[in-house]
Write a new protein. Sequence first.
Length: 282
Amino acid sequence: MNVLTGNAQTIGKALTDSEVVRKLTFTGSTEVGKMLLKECAKTVKRVSMELGGHAPFIVFEDADIEAAVEGAIAAKYRNAGQTCVCANRIYVHEDIYEEFSEGFTKEAGKLKTGQGFDPSTDQGPLIDEAALAKVEEHVADAKNHGGQITLGGQPHKLGGLFYEPTVIKGANDEMLVSYEETFGPVAPLFSFSSEEEVIERANNTPFGLASYFYTSDLAKSWRVSEQLEYGIVGLNTGIISTEMAPFGGIKESGMGREGSKYGIDDYLEIKYVSLAGIEEPL
């Protein structure tokens, strides 16, 4: 394995133009992934693309609310919301919306922001100034569209790239957070009234990497799992990543899989050999 640092465009072009390189795998933004796909077409390379996400987290009225809160905290705030499988849109049934919102806000308020060498720290800083600016833009936009900030909503007192864990009640589909990946510690809570409605809203995105939902109804578990247009579905759990399972998305979230035997298959070519003229032994 070689680790090569330098100009991304120069390095990328060397790989995509090379006839020696038979396969290219990329983890990053959908925008860059599309550029690499175009370049790889010149030599008809095999590719694996692990691109952007916009994960919905659905809590049905029959869910274990305490467990759903715990799972949502894990799915939303890991790495300060900076992973491609972080919950970006939290949909809660109207019958339990207030109860879930109260519990979620309470637990999010317990998260400690600080530097990573402190073992008591739960959340660190954002990656760069652009990430901080995007979080601030999304929060300001949510407020302008009627969102209620029940926790956080501003840069942390530590300064720098730290931002407070944030919860937004009354989120709606006009907000940027409903169709753009925030990639930060901002949790918008949307309300829904029916299964059909929330599935349509959850699928209304060009991305299809990870999704989550909580329910105690076995039939609904199968029904919703099949209808969610995502490569990964977390059922009654907020932690979905494991090397033993195929990791990857559909639609503009990419192609191919990492992990499990399917991840290995993505690096192999199938060869068929037809043998003739072999005599049977006496």
